[in-house]
Design a binder for this molecule. Structure first.
Ligand code: H79
Length: 622
């Protein structure tokens, strides 16, 4: 394992874009970020529900900058085009192709922990050898109606399916290449036609994923890290003209209304190349596209991939996520997220103003794996009761809630309680009031409300009506006046543990990244620092430590930890290739009232100061 592989374990990413970032920046490192996050998934698994993720209001469309709104569209037209998508909040991603035949195993050898649809790339399978999976692909159990009904039952409003992935195999009848499901498999049917009909029938919108740049089959198609078979060599522009342009025309004209075109991995996509494809978007009125075309096109949506962003973005965004650790079916991936995690992920995403595009990877027989079906039904059962708190809502007005998430509609707040209060009182940190509070579905049994300095106190049942997420509705909230989140307090042994994702971040660049293992990253500026408001239990001496990662090449930075008016100075040392708990020394805390705690670099030795995960103050026994 080289340095890159090692570092990958730490640089888990969640792309947090407090301000609109430029497209080029967003895509230049996309591939790497994705790699890291996918590894992170495999390394650590996901406990989304345990994350104290922050939510922040999505920016209203009025803040959209001209770069976001296509030049031929007014902000109002843009909002009208995005309307259904913003209301939908939940969709199904389907990764299906001939990679479901090897399903992670080629010639008796497992591809390892990586994503199944990448098997050809991962195992450097020659073009001809991989193409031999096409005649073995005969998904006789495929039932478009069943898939669409399942999506609908789960509460999903749209489907995005891979029409062609990086392996270059078209899942539709194409005149541009015979490497397609109708011409190259015994199945001979066009599943996208059948899906389009089923979507029409059940009122689900249909979108197509299309890998425009990477194509490991066609000469000239791009391949991350370079080609491995001479058959792949060729002129990329010619590939775009001869394969991509006609195929995108096909998928945008032969399948009725198409709601979304989902580009991916803009490998080697220059502006000139992207210019060949961008005009095709006009073939479908109202088409929504993502930010992965390349060439400087922003598209309509940010697309964090398998990374839960700590906050929303300043424009429309969609989190795409796997249910296990692969997109395309892999026979030996059984690392499924729980129904509880998935339900809370729907809630979490909506609370940050985004959509969740949750993936299924059907088998080579055309079946959605049983564990996926079970989980979608669990999500669906929750949505059946609670979808009012998801559809058509906007982001939470609260920066952080200790007990769950929130979303809102005009004059209404939806409170999704993950951690039910033990004392029968739920404190909603808002100065303003509400006309009425009730459990969603029990409007006739209002909950008692009382204002308090900590916020609106609601008298709730003794035990959680829904242990996963109970939704409480506040009606007549007007404009919510949210209180700042309460100060952090000590655990029962007096220890104060401050997580990076709960800090207020000041200065340029500094941001939170990661999935289960969040950390502060891009700490390249000595003016940047995280700060927490902390309420200590009692005065005394505390032992300070940080859980952080400092690579060998970046040791020797100097910094100060400040608690109220007390300071401890320190110097970073290399942490040996992993996150490590580093002792910083002792500090006296004289007062206990809420006070700021911060970590400020005074000199940054190399590019980055440190990757900080947790700052801990532990009382030293007197
Ligand atoms: O379609 C799904 C992925 O196949 C695709 N996007 C989602 C929606 C995707 N393309 N690239 N990536 C995801 C990230 C790429 C990660 C890589 Fe790797 C790191 C490519 C090579 C090293 C992951 C790990 C794939 C192979 C090894």
């Amino acid at each position: 394992m080289g340095q890159t592989a090692q570092i990958a374990d730490f640089l888990e990413t969640s792309r947090i874009i407090p301000q609109l970032i430029f497209w080029a920046e967003s895509l230049s490192d996309l591939g790497m970020n994705l790699f890291f996050s996918l590894r992170a998934f495999l390394v650590s698994g996901l406990i989304l529900s345990a994350l104290g993720l922050q939510a922040q209001p999505a920016a209203p469309s009025a803040t959209l900058t001209p770069e976001v709104v296509p030049s031929d569209e007014t902000p109002e037209q843009h909002a009208a085009r995005m309307k259904w998508w913003r209301e939908a909040r939940f969709g199904m991603f389907i990764h299906w192709g001939i990679y479901s035949v090897p399903a992670g195993v080629h010639q008796g050898k497992e591809m390892g922990p990586r994503i199944g649809e990448w098997i050809q790339h991962e195992m450097k399978i020659p073009v001809g050898e991989y193409a031999a999976y096409a005649p073995q692909f005969n998904p006789v159990k495929f039932d478009a109606d069943a898939w669409v009904k399942l999506a609908k039952e789960a509460g999903m409003k749209y489907i995005v399916i891979t029409s062609k992935h990086h392996d270059g195999f078209a899942m539709f009848k194409s005149a541009a290449s015979s490497f397609n499901i109708v011409d190259a498999t015994p199945f001979k049917r066009d599943p996208l036609k059948e899906l389009a009909a089923a979507c029409q029938k059940y009122g689900i919108r249909l979108g197509f994923y299309y890998s425009q740049a990477q194509d490991w089959h066609q000469p000239g198609g791009a391949a991350r890290g370079g080609h491995w078979d001479p058959a792949q060599e060729g002129d990329m522009t010619a590939y775009l003209k001869n394969i991509v342009v006609p195929q995108v025309k096909e998928i945008l004209t032969n399948y009725g209304p198409i709601a979304v075109l989902w580009w991916d991995t803009p490998e080697n996509m220059t502006r000139e190349r992207a210019d060949l494809l961008a005009p095709l978007i006009k073939l479908q009125p109202g088409l929504i596209t993502n930010n992965r075309l390349g060439g400087g096109y922003m598209g309509d949506t940010e697309t964090p991939e398998n990374r839960v962003p700590a906050t929303g973005y300043s424009r429309d965004w969609e989190l795409c996520m796997t249910m296990n650790d692969t997109w395309g079916f892999k026979s030996y991936d059984h690392n499924w997220k729980s129904g509880e995690q998935l339900i809370r992920q729907v809630v979490d995403t909506a609370s940050k103003g985004g959509n969740l595009l949750l993936n299924v990877g059907p088998t080579s027989l055309g079946e959605i794996p049983g564990p996926s079906v079970e989980r979608l039904k669990l999500v669906g059962a929750w949505m059946q009761k609670n979808s009012e708190s998801i559809y058509g809502t906007t982001a939470s007005p609260f920066k952080r809630l200790t007990w769950g998430r929130a979303s809102q509609k005009p004059d209404k707040l939806y409170l999704s309680v993950f951690y039910w209060p033990k004392d029968g009182t739920l404190v909603v940190p808002m100065r303003s009031g509400a006309k009425k509070a009730y459990l969603l579905g029990a409007m006739d049994k209002p909950l008692k409300m009382a204002p308090s300095p900590q916020g609106l106190r609601l008298s709730v049942p003794a035990s959680a009506p829904d242990p996963v997420a109970t939704v409480i509705v506040l009606e007549g909230v007007g404009k919510v006046d949210a209180l700042p989140p309460p100060p952090f307090t000590a655990e029962s042994d007096g220890t104060v543990a401050l997580e990076c994702d709960t800090a207020d971040l000041y200065g340029k660049g500094l941001r939170v990244e990661g999935n289960t293992r969040l950390n502060l990253t891009d700490w390249k500026n000595a003016e940047a620092y995280p700060q927490w408001e902390v309420q200590f239990d009692k005065p005394g001496t505390y032992e300070l430590s940080v859980l952080c990662f400092v690579p060998d090449t970046q040791a020797g930075s100097e910094f100060v930890v400040t608690i109220g008016d007390q300071k401890v100075a320190g110097r970073t040392t290399a942490t040996g290739g992993d996150f490590k708990e580093v002792a910083l020394g002792k500090i006296r805390v004289e007062k206990t009232g809420p006070m700021p705690v911060k970590v400020t670099p005074t000199r940054i030795a190399a590019q980055e100061f440190m990757r900080l995960r947790t700052l801990t103050a532990k009382p030293v026994s007197p």
